[in-house]
Ligand binder design. Structure first.
Ligand code: BES
Ligand code: MN
Ligand code: ZN
Length: 519
């Protein structure tokens, strides 16, 4: 789908379907909707008083407006979509509504569509503010246009490359035009749409990688994707092989990898946005388990297929680099992903083994299924050895994250209030919910081992927290944030702008974070 921006009167746009909107309970349509209503001789007002249009969020009514009946009205059809209550409408509302609209449009058979920026309340003529706007906050045109692009692109996402026989599949909308009703907002809307496309294409890449089956995405395949992204974006990418990783002393990472026949790949991408100021950097570290069987501490069979997505953190940091290199913040950004399978091969590590991480700490491997923190320990050790000033790690780390916060909110931990605050702020502005949990000293003790410095499991209670404490021991005093996306990286059913399957979370948050730190 191609998204463009057009300036003009909504009644004059030649398109298959024109999308306008209505807040819940509004009786007199204003703005662009009002202009359409007038051109259709009060048809929308009539449908409101008939009770067919209520303005409930994502409710939609398709009106056919043939040229023979309305010679002065160019669009062939009009889709009136509900925005819900005006008081609570926000950018996430724009994303949700845009996602539901794009799926409705697909079902309508339309090829081309045009949409207003929901909630920006533009009338179709310059200078007019649109009647019936009430007291709600207006959506900013640039941010609103970005949210329309994101909702449309992310909401129409499908992963169907392996379907060879599906006759019912509806084709995607070919072109979506975002309407700038007057020239004063044209630039803002164009910039917003452009940004929304960049953010969404990155999140889409992350989704594709998570949805990809493990037999199609090995550590080597993931590394090849990172190298391709780096080439296309003109940034650096180094991939270390097992011999080099071993040379660096990454015993925790190697312990995980040794149970698989597919070789590990340690991926390091680098974008230099502030080359004269090397310390101004952000290191994004993503868990990259291309399949997590649990290893010798084998997982049960039910649902194990989902563990193809255990590289969701890695996917998000690689994908974020694609957007960051495009948007060029004044900040050096690195992405690291210690990619490997976690398999129970003949040379797999055993529960009870002790491994030594790159920073010299020894770890008792109590459970080989707690492999993510082992690989992160060495990935963070590597980042610190290269002079990381800030580390943000993203990992599908613990089933306990779902127990704690469900599948709509990712738990966040950190040792630096400023960096934690920046991450939470970024997540909020892109609509990827996160919530900080404490790193309390009582729970930390659950990681202590009788025979080594640390144990890779924390026993009963606070599973997301003990995992975060484990990682914090490798981050040391360096400002560090950990985002556990185990529950939020994949969804069982469609929600808002996220179709069932991979969500791509938290790719847009990472991009936004880099943009604010380097702004
Ligand atoms: N990859 C899993 C966590 C996970 C669970 C991700 C469900 C997505 C959905 C991780 O490697 C794991 O197995 N964690 C264990 C840790 C335990 C053995 C201490 C868990 O959460 O059960
Ligand atoms: Mn595991
Ligand atoms: Zn895992």
């Amino acid at each position: 789908m191609e998204i463009t921006v057009v300036q003009g009167d909504v009644t004059e746009i030649e398109t298959d379907v024109l999308v306008v909107n209505l807040f819940e309970g509004a009786t007199a349509p204003g703005g662009s909707t009002g202009a359409v209503d007038s051109a259709l001789f009060g048809l929308i007002t009539q449908l409101i008083s008939d009770g067919e249009i209520t303005g409930e969020e994502s409710e939609s009514v398709l009106i056919h407006t043939p040229n023979s009946a309305y010679p002065d009205f160019k669009p062939s059809r009009v889709l009136v979509v509900g925005l819900g209550p005006e008081e609570s409408f926000d950018l996430n509302g724009v994303r949700r509504v845009s996602a539901s609209v794009i799926r409705k449009l697909r079902l309508s058979g339309a090829r081309q569509a045009a949409t207003v920026v929901h909630g920006a309340n533009d009338a179709n003529s310059a200078g007019s503010d649109g009647a019936g706007s009430g007291g709600g906050r207006l959506i900013d045109p640039a941010a609103g246009a970005q949210a329309v692009a994101e909702g449309s692109l992310l909401g129409s996402y499908r992963f169907d490359k392996y379907k060879t026989v599906d006759s019912k599949r509806r084709p995607d909308i070919e072109g979506l035009a975002v309407i700038a009703p007057n020239s004063s907002k044209l630039g803002a809307i164009e910039a917003g749409v452009e940004k929304g496309i960049v953010y969404s294409l990155a999140e889409t890449l992350a989704r594709d990688l998570v949805n990809e089956p493990a037999n199609k995405l090995s550590p080597a395949d993931l590394a090849a994707v990172a190298e391709q992204v780096a080439r296309d974006s003109g940034i650096g990418c180094t991939v270390l092989e097992e011999a080099e990783v071993s040379e660096l002393g990454m015993g925790a990472y190697i312990g995980v990898a040794q149970g698989s026949d597919r070789p590990l790949k340690f991926i390091h991408m680098s974008y230099e946005g502030d080359p004269s100021n090397e310390g101004n950097n952000l290191w994004l570290v993503g868990k990259g388990i291309t399949f997590d069987s649990g290893g010798i501490s084998l997982k049960r069979g039910a649902g194990m297929g989902k563990m193809k997505g255990d590289m969701g953190g890695g996917a998000s940091v690689i994908a974020a680099m694609q957007a960051i290199s495009h948007l060029k913040p004044k900040l050096n950004v690195h992405a690291v992903c210690a990619a490997t399978d976690n398999m129970p091969g003949a040379s797999a590590q055993r529960p009870g083994d002790v491994v030594t991480a790159m920073n010299g700490m020894t770890i008792e491997v109590d459970n080989t299924d707690a492999e993510g923190r082992l690989t992160l320990a060495d990935a963070i050790g590597y980042a610190l050895s290269k002079g990381a000033a800030r580390v943000v790690d993203v990992a599908t780390l613990t089933g306990a994250a779902r127990v704690a916060l469900g599948d709509g909110v990712s738990p966040v931990f950190g040792n630096d209030d400023e960096l934690v605050g920046a991450v939470l702020e970024a997540s909020k502005s892109v609509g990827e919910s996160m919530w900080r949990l404490p790193l309390d000293p009582v729970t930390k003790r659950q990681n202590s081992s009788r025979i080594a410095d640390l144990k890779n499991t924390g026993g009963m209670g606070g599973g997301a927290t003990t995992a975060a404490h484990f990682i914090s021991d490798f981050a040391g005093d360096t400002p560090w944030v950990h985002i556990d996306v185990a529950a939020t990286s994949m969804l069982d059913r469609t929600r808002g702008w996220t179709p069932a399957g991979a969500t791509g979370v938290p790719t847009r948050s990472l991009i936004e974070l880099a943009m604010t730190l380097g702004g």
